[in-house]
Ligand binder design. Structure first.
Ligand code: SF4
Ligand code: SF4
Length: 371
């Protein structure tokens, strides 16, 4: 007996697939399945997070609907994946947020924080909002740097703790001691597999779309989003070092490192999420978990809005639009931070951890070690 109906169905499908094994070359899920004869809840959640939702095993399957076996691995694992994030959420009382974390919640959070910053500035000095401010420290006429750092530092710290606790619960459930996450060989293999999105290629032909013609666009847009996010994070980190180590205050010149990194990252975060959204609506509805659409769209939209408001701020920072745009940008970033542990952002972390587990299993198999 499994904990949920979804896991019961996943067990049924994995039992069929383990007899068939036709798809073993498509991705990591099937080889991981073949290492087992029976599947615990943790094993099934591990497979679910190892799956990259390329759809190949649905179109290749001779037992997919209308066959009576009704084998639909991508959809079942997508539902199991979303349910697993709720089950591992920290604190547990917030696990229901995954189901409610739609675009409206994120936008309300973003606009509330933007309104708070806007109101804060209006109360402090009404002229600040509409004036033109240039040169070092211009951004901090709206709100002091220390206040921004405290507000966003607290939100980021909470997100990191909540994410770490969720990942810890997942890692324990899939049967690994916490210390094994630091196994260098497995970590390096997982970094390579995640960095190249190795298993989002449908076994070499690409992801399946509504017209059943596979393509590589989802992988390309994922790369732009992931590396765009990384560059924006690097830009913020460098700017923080500038501020505290060298007493250099933002905004910086267009050729300075934080601006160059932020601009490149911003371009990636505009094109990547827009492309992912377009690709999302081209997918065969039979393959996807429709109940997660709100959460998926919210995350994609918040990434896009982060880049859009950031790039608008960069272009218009020497005009009177700087104050409202900065308030809006900070509001969107704050909303992104606080919704991160309870939305689609977690898929990257859980998938990475599953890849570490898979790399470790493969290494153990190669050495002939007992499971
Ligand atoms: S998805 Fe279908 S074809 Fe692929 S291994 Fe499972 S039963 Fe076989
Ligand atoms: S959808 Fe793609 S990644 Fe997921 S199990 Fe099927 S082939 Fe593997």
């Amino acid at each position: 007996m499994h904990g949920t109906k979804t896991l019961e169905e996943a067990d049924r499908l994995m039992t069929v697939c383990n007899s068939c094994r036709y798809c073993e070359g498509l991705c990591a899920v099937f080889p991981a399945m073949e290492m087992r004869r029976a599947f615990s809840d943790g094993d099934l959640n591990y497979f679910a997070n190892l799956c990259h939702a390329c759809g190949a095993c649905y179109t290749d399957c001779q037992f997919s609907p209308p066959h009576e076996y009704n084998v639909n691995v991508p959809k079942t694992l997508a539902i199991a994946r979303a349910e697993s994030w709720g089950a591992y959420a920290w604190p547990r009382a917030f696990s229901g947020l995954f189901a409610r974390n739609g675009l409206a919640i994120s936008l309300i959070a973003a606009l509330s924080v933007a309104a708070f910053i806007f109101g804060f500035a209006a109360v402090t000095d009404r002229q600040v909002l509409l004036g033109i401010h240039t040169g070092p420290g211009a951004f901090y006429t709206l709100m002091p740097h220390n206040a921004i750092a405290a507000l966003f530092g607290a939100a980021l710290l909470y997100a990191i703790v909540a994410l770490a606790m969720g990942v810890r619960a997942f890692w324990r459930d899939i049967g690994e001691p916490v210390g094994m996450l630091a196994d260098p060989g497995s970590l390096w293999q997982a970094i390579r597999d995640a960095g190249s999105l190795r298993y989002l290629d449908g076994g070499g032909v690409g992801c399946v779309n509504e017209d059943e013609r596979p393509g590589d666009l989802r992988r390309i847009y994922h790369h732009l989003t992931f590396y765009g996010f990384g560059l924006c994070f690097a830009a913020t980190s460098v700017a923080t070092l500038y501020h505290y180590l060298f007493a250099r205050e933002a905004p910086y010149a267009w050729w300075d490192l934080p601006v160059v990194l932020g601009t490149l990252g911003g371009i990636g975060l505009l094109i990547g999420p827009a492309g992912l959204l377009a690709e999302k609506f081209k997918r065969d509805p039979a393959l996807v978990d429709q109940s997660s659409t709100g959460m998926d769209v919210a995350f994609i939209a918040m990434l896009f809005l982060t880049a859009l408001t950031g790039m608008a701020l960069l272009l218009l920072r020497d005009t009177a639009a700087m104050g409202p745009l900065l308030a809006l940008h900070l509001g969107v970033v704050f909303a992104l931070f606080i919704t991160m542990p309870y939305g689609k952002f977690v898929h990257g972390l859980y998938r990475f951890v599953a890849l570490v587990r898979y790399a470790r299993e493969r290494a153990q198999m190669a050495q002939g070690a007992p499971e």
